[in-house]
Design a protein. Structure first.
Length: 139
């Protein structure tokens, strides 16, 4: 068995895989972990994040009332993902990292931060590249 790290591409309705790294699996736990991660990712994308367990941070202190719920601040990575997902959904090419940077630089974002977030989102399977290494689209 092998582990392949790469990127799925779609061009002219033809799917392909660009492999960046191919290594043999030497520990069978990696094989099991792959299935656990696949199930976890599927559940997170279809059902959302799991609720916080009782007694977690933010729970009511003993004898007191619970603090009012506050919407969690979206992380920078979530903001980048939201931009790519909100970009013209009819476009098969998606948008570029530069376009995302132009939209988010007023918030103090740097091109490097955006590129790093895009790379992480691609690794996690939230974004995929379309026509080249600069165009991405949200899943």
């Amino acid at each position: 068995m092998i582990r392949v790290i790469g990127q799925l591409r779609l061009f002219n309705n033809s799917r392909s895989l660009v492999a960046y790294n191919i290594t043999p699996i030497t520990d069978f736990n990696e094989y099991s972990l792959h299935f656990i991660e696949a199930i976890h990712t599927h559940l997170r994308l279809t059902k959302g994040k799991p609720p916080a367990p009782a007694g977690a941070a933010g729970a009511a202190p003993m004898g007191g009332a619970a603090p009012p719920p506050q919407a969690p601040a979206a992380s920078f990575q979530d903001q980048v993902l939201a931009y790519f997902k909100s970009y013209d959904q009819n476009s098969e090419t998606g948008c570029t990292v530069a376009q995302c940077f132009e939209a988010m630089q007023a918030q103090g974002a740097t091109y490097g931060q955006i590129r790093e977030s895009v790379d992480m989102l691609v690794q996690e399977g939230h974004l995929y590249s379309t026509v080249d290494d600069d165009h991405f689209k949200g899943i």
